[in-house]
Ligand binder design. Sequence first.
Ligand SMILES: CC(C)(COP(=O)(O)OP(=O)(O)OC[C@H]1O[C@@H](n2cnc3c(N)ncnc32)[C@H](O)[C@@H]1OP(=O)(O)O)[C@@H](O)C(=O)NCCC(=O)NCCS
Length: 191
Amino acid sequence: METLETERLLLRKWQESDLADFYEYAKNPNVGPKAGWKPHESLLESREILHSFIENEEVWAVVYKENSKVIGSVGLHNDSKRMLPNIKMIGYVLSEDYWGLGLIPEAVFAVMRYAFEGLAIDLLTIYHYPYNYQSRRVIEKCGFRYEGILRMGSQIYNGQIYDDVCYSLLKEEWFQDFGAAADIFHEIDPM
Ligand SMILES: CC(C)(COP(=O)(O)OP(=O)(O)OC[C@H]1O[C@@H](n2cnc3c(N)ncnc32)[C@H](O)[C@@H]1OP(=O)(O)O)[C@@H](O)C(=O)NCCC(=O)NCCS
């Protein structure tokens, strides 16, 4: 898969050796539930999910260049709400120790560029639960357009049902809004 580089981050393929870093943030009860998943209860649980990441060509490990630690994840996924070719949905998570530094907006912007300019995706979608103000801010800062609320759109790991707050960006909107600015990030050689 393509490795992407930003000023402070490397987005690269997940590796077996990332297990300890992954478990460290995935076990935190403040992290997973905001994205709809259960905090990990054991290294074994994290290992199974890590393997699914390793097999996936569009889920990146987010590496903080300053200390070479894996501090989160950003992925492009099929959007189960719009199963059409050339539509992808972005998801992300970050270790609580690194919240508030603008790191995920930086990572998402690089993935947006890769999706629109590298993969020629037509539409990128992104969602958050109504209670997730932090994710809402990421989405706004990355320039996505607000679409509306899909009522009772998702059921999370504990059975709770939530509305989905929906946003998207068309390829044309990306080039119109960010075509030139996107040059501040660059891809490096695939690993
Ligand atoms: C959502 C998330 C990825 C944001 O990443 P980030 O790199 O911290 O993003 P930002 O630095 O741009 O911060 C976003 C907002 O979080 C809030 N914030 C910042 N630091 C915070 C902290 N320590 N605690 C709580 N909120 C904080 C601020 O409102 C900020 O917006 P602002 O820049 O307008 O002030 C991260 O909070 C996270 O991993 N959350 C849990 C998983 C999740 O929600 N995933 C997304 C599911 S849709």
